[in-house]
Design a protein around this ligand. Structure first.
Ligand SMILES: Nc1ncnc2c1ncn2[C@@H]1O[C@H](COP(=O)(O)OP(=O)(O)OP(=O)(O)O)[C@@H](O)[C@H]1O
Ligand SMILES: [Mg+2]
Length: 379
């Protein structure tokens, strides 16, 4: 809410007051009013307040201009730009603008509306990175189905971003391909506004889910640098409440930028010694950087590999935060058809687990004013 204090002679005071109160949609109100400059100097202001100052009064007390300039807030004078004295006084005050008395009715509302706080986003974005040190552990399957499930439960837009230059998200959803991450980055670099650059992304029909493939050609994806990814994430989180990132293996600059920008990093493991060894080595590094964001997910936890959860945790040296069951052959079948598992077979064990994980995340963030439950990694 803007508070507007006015120093003016009676005829201008009445005009300014009625301009402000005549539009109930504006987030602004008249604060203090006076025609006495000394009284104005005794007020304590706020840096977001607005002072509308009648130059006719300022002109009669030039010795006080310096003090007026020190009052916090945006200053607008009502004067005559064609008069050098009026312009000089506005300059000395550090005024934002000089409004002519004759055009007060048109000009003052335009300036005041421009000073209003920008509209607040109805959500606080939440970025979830899906990572593993080992390939083939289920990153893309989990990223895709988690994003889809989040979109089913959330009232806000969700984005699924393929953060793997050789990624397969595009192939897993055989929908009309839209712009890729590489296309958006190219658009931003060529000077497009964020809104324009994001405009050509593809949104799944009937669902508030935007799918962003890495690139139509992997050579293009290679041209997207880590800082470009950071810029892209900065843009997409303005319009999407959840961004799920499917990351490649490794600890590249690209992955570390993605993790820096993430609120939660899901590190996937499988109940197999070789995989656990790689995941442990990555966790030993990541824990120093992102302890509070890391969550270990044991995928296919019920597979008959001869390792149970306590043994997995012992080999890994870290606690597991969440287990996901095997979905049998259904996840591969869904991928072959180019459709997400949660849509094709929502009763499947893995689909059910991911739907309820998404529901839990959405309830924690949107169901109440509580912060989401955080998984904090412990050794
Ligand atoms: N919980 C699960 N139950 C059954 N099958 C699964 C499960 N998780 C993943 N899969 C299957 O495992 C295979 C590898 O999964 P996915 O492609 O998601 O792994 P990835 O980590 O993304 O691999 P890459 O490193 O190659 O990108 C796929 O055929 C997928 O359908
Ligand atoms: Mg993958």
């Amino acid at each position: 809410m803007l508070t507007i204090h006015v120093l003016a002679r009676p005829h201008l005071m009445a005009q300014v007051s009625s301009l402000v109160s005549s539009n109930p949609d504006w987030e602004m109100e008249i604060g203090r009013r006076t025609n006495n400059l000394r009284e104005l100097l005794s007020w304590s202001g706020n840096s977001r307040d607005v002072l509308v100052l009648d130059d006719g009064i300022l002109a009669s007390t030039p010795g006080l201009l310096d003090e007026v300039s020190r009052i916090p807030g945006f200053k607008i004078t009502i004067g005559r730009l064609s008069e050098s004295g009026s312009a000089r006084r506005a300059l000395a005050l550090g005024a934002l603008s000089v409004v002519e008395e004759a055009s007060l009715e048109q000009e003052l509302p335009r300036i005041l509306v421009g000073l209003q706080e920008p509209e607040k986003s109805p959500f606080e974005p939440y970025v979830i990175a899906v990572y593993s040190a080992k390939g083939g552990v289920g990153k893309s399957t989990i990223a895709l189905n988690l994003a889809w499930a989040l979109a089913l439960h959330s009232e806000f837009p969700v984005a699924l971003v393929d953060g793997d230059p050789l990624g397969d998200i595009g192939a897993m959803i055989q929908d009309k391909p839209g712009a890729s991450l590489a296309d958006v980055v190219r658009g931003l670099k060529s000077g497009l506004s964020e809104a324009k650059a994001l405009q050509s992304l593809h949104t799944i029909k009937g669902l508030s889910l935007t799918v962003v493939p890495a690139a139509s050609d992997p050579r293009q994806a290679d041209q997207v640098r880590a800082e470009d990814l950071g810029q892209f994430l900065g843009a997409i989180t303005k319009t999407h409440a959840y961004v799920v990132l499917d990351l490649a293996t490794g600890l590249s600059d690209w992955n570390l930028t993605a993790m820096d920008r993430s609120d939660q990093i899901l590190v996937l493991a499988a109940p197999e010694r070789v995989t656990l060894g790689s995941v442990k080595r990555a966790l030993d590094i990541l824990i120093h950087l992102y302890r509070e964001k890391l969550a270990v997910i044991l995928n296919r936890a019920d597979s008959d590999t001869g390792m149970d959860l306590p043994e997995v945790e012992e080999v890994l040296g870290y606690s597991v935060h969440h287990v996901l069951p095997s979905g049998g052959s259904a996840p591969a079948r869904a991928a072959n058809r180019g459709r997400p598992l949660v849509l094709m077979d929502p009763k499947n064990l893995l689909a059910r687990a991911l739907l309820s994980l998404a529901q839990e995340m959405v309830a924690a963030r949107e169901g109440s004013r509580r912060r989401p439950r955080r998984w904090i990694l412990s050794r």
